[in-house]
Design a protein around this ligand. Structure first.
Ligand code: C5J
Length: 226
């Protein structure tokens, strides 16, 4: 058993072999200057800032033998997996499936849907395409985690208050012990990120724990063993 003693709101214990790192939606369209997120008028700098720390976290997880599982928010080209309630939201001139700055917006196979090369999966690491904000909705993630015997999940990725938080809440309700890497998650709205971190660990870890990448690395390197 390993422990992240400095995790908030209190120490977080996990069995590395039963732990997976979930890397959420680190896609070009959300993070790169010139992508869909930027075209909507968002400042992508807070998202770009987490790329090096996320790369560090992924490297530490791989080295410690954790499974690393990726998600991408994207749809099939015929949009059959995109309900009108999602399709008809957002900026009318830039909707899912429309031509965007990096190909059709949030469509599988288009350049904008790709994961940034700095944090890309290596061969054998699962990549789950998800049509919703949460990674458990309409995906094989639950079955995969069950087959792999995972009980604890570390979370990273974008955006903190949308796809990351939704997935973390879905996982918490399914009985996983969830921890969010504070400096490996980002939002276009820093105040939303701060609020999400606070609400996750409120009321005695009502959704889960948070810790920095350095604190997670320390535990993965064995210095956090009990
Ligand atoms: C994600 C979004 N990945 N903000 N999507 O959070 O629409």
């Amino acid at each position: 058993m390993a422990v992240i003693s400095a995790a908030r709101p209190f120490a977080y214990c996990f069995e590395p072999a039963a732990t997976a790192l979930i890397v959420i939606d680190m896609q070009r369209d959300f993070i790169e200057e010139g992508g869909f997120g930027a075209a909507l008028g968002n400042d992508v700098l807070p998202l770009r800032a987490i790329v090096p720390t996320t790369a560090r976290l992924i490297a530490a997880a791989r080295k410690a033998g954790l499974s690393v599982i990726y998600t991408r928010e994207c749809h099939s080209p015929d949009l059959s997996d995109c309900p009108p309630a999602k399709l008809n939201r957002g900026a009318p001139a830039l909707r899912i499936g429309d031509p965007g700055p990096m190909g059709r917006i949030l469509i599988a196979g288009e350049p904008g849907a790709d994961i940034l090369p700095e944090v890309a999966p290596v061969p054998g690491e699962p990549v789950i395409d998800k049509p919703g904000k949460g990674a458990f909705h309409a995906t094989p993630l639950a079955g995969l985690l069950e087959r792999l015997g995972k009980q604890s999940l570390f979370f990273s990725g974008v955006t903190t208050e949308v796809c990351v938080q939704t997935t973390m809440r879905e996982a918490n309700d399914r009985g996983f012990e969830c921890l969010l890497a504070e400096d490996a998650t980002g939002s276009y709205f820093p105040e939303f990120k701060a609020a999400t971190l606070a609400m996750i660990r409120a009321q005695g870890a009502i959704v889960g724990w948070t810790a920095t990448v350095a604190e997670i690395e320390e535990a993965l390197n064995g210095q956090g063993d009990r």
